[in-house]
Design a protein around this ligand. Sequence first.
Ligand code: PEP
Length: 244
Amino acid sequence: MAGNWKMFKTAQQTREYLREFLPLVETVEGREIVICPPYPSLPAAVEMTAPSKVGVGGQNLHWVAEGAYTGEVSAQMLAAAGCRWVIIGHSERRQYFGETDENVRKKTEAAIEAGLTPIVCVGETLDQREAGLTEEVLLTQFAGGMKGLNPDHFARVTVAYEPVWAIGTGKTATPEMAEEAHRIIRRQAELHYGGAAAAGLRILYGGSVKPGNAPALMAKADIDGVLVGGASLDAKDFAQIVKA
Ligand code: PEP
């Protein structure tokens, strides 16, 4: 159950949020909970969550460990800051910052080598869905972003299916639509890495998840969790989603 805070919440706001959120999820069992704040808020998040089971993740990284890459942050730096997770290939990164499947693969490798768990995002745009290209897009993104990983590395990956048309729009894929896409992704995992790897792969759904629709999504066999943007910014809403 992961929260993508995008470019929201200063360190001070992160502390206020966690003071409210942590007691609400203290007794939750059988769920991994992760929040992904912006870089400057990571130290506050790591410090506040240290006594809890809530993990912290970055929202992006560069695949090189260090160097002259102004404005970038490496996997090693995120790990050293106390992150255990990182979102890779989010559609906003693909749309606004030219993220390619090749970059996604390099970032995924770098994250795993630094000991982070990558949450690799895939998903089709509305035009692609309406043109009947959903499966093709998912296959292309899987092939470009993950197929080249060795089996040990693939076992460390979490995938997030995020239809672009459902992100921040209030339009959620129906549980059936999401389930169908998750099956396509799991089939790809099986084809390339075998049945055990496919069964063990965690696939999150993301796209306007709210407390009201989370239970129906979570009830689907192939939906193992959710990646939540907007609703994760509210401590009560995210806690309710976590418990769905
Ligand atoms: C996201 O940014 O990953 C996301 C799913 O956003 P939202 O929940 O706001 O649609």
